[in-house]
Design a protein. Sequence first.
Length: 78
Amino acid sequence: MKQLDNGMAWELVDLLGRATGTVTQAAPNEFTIHPEGHALTTMAGMKRGPHTSLDAALAEIEKHTRGVCRRDPGKDRV
């Protein structure tokens, strides 16, 4: 996952480098998951938000997909 240029969104990418959606920050403590592509099926039924932090949104993705969802080290400012 890497932070996008606007600083209020993070791109979700799977281990094969495919885009799977974004997490956006609408306000402090308000993060929402926006799946796309093949992740629409994988993340169906998941609580998309709002989540109180970026880490909480990532934990929801991990819980629902039973996978690992981590930030790129040194790539974001949250």
